[in-house]
Design a protein around this ligand. Sequence first.
Ligand SMILES: CC(C)(COP(=O)(O)OP(=O)(O)OC[C@H]1O[C@@H](n2cnc3c(N)ncnc32)[C@H](O)[C@@H]1OP(=O)(O)O)[C@@H](O)C(=O)NCCC(=O)NCCS
Length: 166
Amino acid sequence: METFTTHRLLAERLKFQHLNELNRMHQNQQVMATLGGVRSDEETRLFIFNNLHHWQSYGFGLWVFRDKVNHQFVGRAGLRNTDVGGMNEVELAYALMAKFWGQGLATEMGEKILKIAFEILKLREVVCFTLTTNQASQRVMKKLEFKYEREMIHANLPHLFYRLKI
Ligand SMILES: CC(C)(COP(=O)(O)OP(=O)(O)OC[C@H]1O[C@@H](n2cnc3c(N)ncnc32)[C@H](O)[C@@H]1OP(=O)(O)O)[C@@H](O)C(=O)NCCC(=O)NCCS
């Protein structure tokens, strides 16, 4: 799916042309504090490369989101195949520029992405996990009706792991 809309946002499939916007996000300490820290230009190029490859391999991946009114870059979100404790899972991922936090936008993105996951991609379940300290993300998962499963160590850090089944 190349593009779609939500109530307030436009989504476009990740492209290499999003490098500057993703660099702006990945070099922002506030945003990246819960995502493993800031990333260099080179790391962001690799991030895009890997995520474009993901799209080619699985037919889904990350989208970039913009404000419908003025087309400002809001963030990125989507679905990613990922290894969690030796199991292959499809993860819902989301990150927004800080000025857009607290308006229900991550939840709005998540609702639409989950609809795509279940209704178009015909996935049976999607997982989501976050640092034990990331309360905003945990709240988003709860609003999206994910069910808490367990605590786990991921990237050497304690995370809470949730799953949503249809
Ligand atoms: C986590 C993140 C995506 C949330 O985005 P958002 O658009 O602000 O999320 P929403 O507005 O949809 O929902 C956030 C909820 O968390 C709540 N919240 C925010 N900070 C909180 C805190 N410190 N403690 C408890 N709840 C908190 C908000 O009140 C809101 O709940 P409510 O609607 O019941 O009031 C955003 O903060 C972000 O991009 N953070 C950096 C990247 C990141 O951590 N991504 C997730 C990795 S798993």
